[in-house]
Design a protein around this ligand. Structure first.
Ligand SMILES: NC(=O)c1ccc[n+]([C@@H]2O[C@H](COP(=O)([O-])OP(=O)(O)OC[C@H]3O[C@@H](n4cnc5c(N)ncnc54)[C@H](OP(=O)(O)O)[C@@H]3O)[C@@H](O)[C@H]2O)c1
Length: 349
């Protein structure tokens, strides 16, 4: 049977999702305020990056503010206790005399991490936490994993033939998966803050790496081009709808949507790129091949999820698909004639 706490926390998690695509790198947060006689008297969610937090929206949606002093506020992330882009939510809860707070997950942010709860309890507020904890963790996996690893959450994606190839060697094999799978890929792109592909893929496939078949935000496109050898005619440079970050060893400037960022030529490029992305607030990255690039992430164990589409074709020979190591297969879905295998890294268990 669902407890009252689970019931209202489920609702908070449900409305948290309304912020999808708009709040990254912040987590998705929803809040519900429940009065013992009047039921739900206010709801709110974090709707855009830098905007008011879920608790602030839920509190301001309560018509009769006097009811707050008899109510319970449910929120799926520990209320903040520091001045960030907005004032501390713990202070607001105390100020409005809300006597009970129910929380799903603690905030791993070093400026919060249990201090929000401490502040509430020291002011006499009754706090319960850990309600539907694993559901909350799953909802905000990109946030929790990137905060823990101090690098973007990394999703690898490729399409392979039934006999395990990602391309023919002559470059003639453009589509391995069907149109519906490709729409899934556009949805996945829109759920990440940045997209990245290896240079051979950019030269041979000439992808735009944008979001065309799904409605959602267009992620930053990331390229590593140490000597600026990639030709400007490539579609990734000509399509203007999102920023392109070009990591290189020559230029450090921004020209229209092109952001040139310097790399230290002697050092591990991918490691440097991930560090800069993290520091600049890019906390999720979608890696779209090719084999060399994907194998690099797999070998170094710097990945969190892998989405592998297997189409019905067989090539007989070609460029071998990467092989997942230290991964756990969580789901296989059929999409038209393709199968999508969803893996997650065993390092995150
Ligand atoms: N089926 C699919 O899902 C799929 C997806 C994407 C691509 N593909 C196919 O895969 C083929 C390309 O794959 P690929 O394995 O040949 O090449 P790739 O992974 O696309 O690119 C390899 C290139 O990326 C750069 N690179 C690789 N590791 C690096 C590192 N650690 N640091 C910095 N740069 C690094 C190097 O570029 P430089 O040489 O410029 O230094 C390297 O030559 C194409 O035929 C494409 O059609 C298939």
């Amino acid at each position: 049977m669902t407890s009252t706490e689970d019931f209202y926390m489920k609702r908070a998690l449900q409305i948290a999702k309304l912020g999808e695509g708009k709040v990254a790198p912040n987590p998705l947060v929803g809040s519900v305020i429940v009065h013992p006689r009047h039921g739900i008297i206010g709801e709110g969610f974090h709707g855009f990056f830098g905007g008011p937090h879920a608790e602030v929206n839920a509190i301001s949606n309560v018509k009769n503010q006097d009811w707050l002093s008899e109510s319970t506020i449910y929120v799926n992330l520990e209320p903040c206790c520091h001045f960030g882009k907005t004032p501390p939510c713990a202070d607001l809860i105390i100020d409005r005399k809300i006597p009970n707070v129910v929380i799903c997950n603690l905030d791993p942010h070093p400026l919060v991490a249990g201090r929000g709860i401490q502040k509430l309890e020291s002011a006499g507020v009754h706090v319960v936490y850990g309600v539907l904890e694993s559901e909350g963790q799953a909802l905000n996996k990109k946030f929790f994993i990137s905060q823990k690893k101090k690098r973007p959450f990394i999703t690898l994606k490729w399409a392979q033939t039934r006999d395990g190839f990602v391309a023919r060697t002559d470059g003639s094999s453009k589509w391995i998966s069907g149109p519906q799978s490709r729409q899934w890929v556009h949805k996945m792109r829109s759920q990440h803050q940045a997209i990245f592909a290896g240079n051979n893929t950019l030269r041979i496939d000439n992808p735009e790496l944008n979001v065309r078949d799904w409605k959602g935000p267009a992620p930053v496109r990331v390229v590593i081009d140490p000597n600026l050898k990639l030709t400007p005619e490539l579609k990734i440079f000509s399509s203007k709808e999102s920023e392109i970050w070009i990591f290189n060893s020559i230029r450090n400037e921004t020209v229209l949507n092109k952001n040139y960022l310097l790399l230290d030529p002697g050092n591990d490029f991918i490691g440097q790129v991930l560090k800069v992305l993290w520091e600049k607030g890019i906390h999720s990255l979608f890696v779209e091949g090719g084999s060399q690039m994907l194998n690099h992430f797999i070998e170094k164990e710097i990945w969190d999820e892998a989405m592998v589409f297997t189409g019905p074709m067989e090539f007989g020979s070609g460029l071998k698909a990467p092989e997942i190591k230290n991964g756990i297969l969580s789901e296989v879905k059929q999409i038209e004639n393709d199968f999508l295998s969803c893996w997650h890294s065993s390092a995150n268990e």
